[in-house]
Design a protein around this ligand. Structure first.
Ligand code: GSH
Length: 199
């Protein structure tokens, strides 16, 4: 499999995490969006939406949308629960991530990391929505190690990527102990080094 992505992007890192966790062999192609990498004719042929990540399967078929790729790669593995309701609860988190978490936490972080805004200059409404999303996670993870059931699923992988990068956007996770514990547990499960805001 070929993966086209940016190792600084949580959406792309999700795909790396599940490919590594499932032992899926891949070649990583680093794409530089800010240098027009997602606007080239070759890239648009893979994903007309002009967004990464994109994977190209061994038979040549492309697949975009990070969470669709997660579902594809995790199918039939322990990262999607066998129980139908639990599997749907995983999907619940994937849809929530794309509508309420990524557009707030990741966007705020992108404005700081890439656009060089100071966290204190970010739109307060954006920051408030991001904090609400992080609080929702803190609430969900209080008293449990994983978002769904008792083992790591693609719900955790989808939410982990941008949550562990949140301090780069100026978000203080220290008042969210369940979130910090969950990040550490997921990092351990996925064999990732502990994340620091400086990464
Ligand atoms: N919903 C999409 C979002 C993908 C997305 O926004 N990708 C960004 C990088 S994180 C991108 O490709 N930006 C370049 C562009 O939009 O031109 C997904 O989950 O894959």
């Amino acid at each position: 499999m070929q993966i086209y992505g940016d190792l600084g992007s949580g959406n792309c890192l999700k795909v790396k995490y599940i490919a590594d966790a499932t032992g899926t062999p891949y070649v990583w192609h680093e794409v530089l969006a800010r240098s027009g990498g997602t606007a080239s004719p070759e890239f648009l042929a893979l994903n007309p939406a002009g967004q990464m990540p994109v994977v190209v399967l061994d038979d040549g078929r492309p697949l975009a949308q990070s969470n669709a790729i997660l579902r594809y790669l995790a199918q039939g593995t322990r990262f999607i629960p066998a129980d139908r309701y639990d599997a749907a609860k995983v999907d619940e988190w994937l849809f929530w991530e794309q509508y309420s978490h990524e557009p707030t936490v990741a966007v705020a972080r992108a404005r700081v990391v890439y656009d060089k805004q100071r966290p204190e200059d970010l739109d307060p409404a954006l920051v408030a929505r991001a904090n609400k999303a992080l609080d929702r996670l803190e609430q969900a993870l209080t008293g449990q190690n994983f978002l769904v059931g008792t083992s790591l699923t693609i719900a955790d992988i989808a939410l982990l990527a941008y949550t562990r990068q949140a301090p780069q956007g100026g978000f203080d996770l220290s008042g969210r102990p369940a979130l910090l514990r969950w990040i550490a547990v997921c990092e351990h499960e996925l064999g990732l080094p502990a994340f620091t805001a400086e990464h």
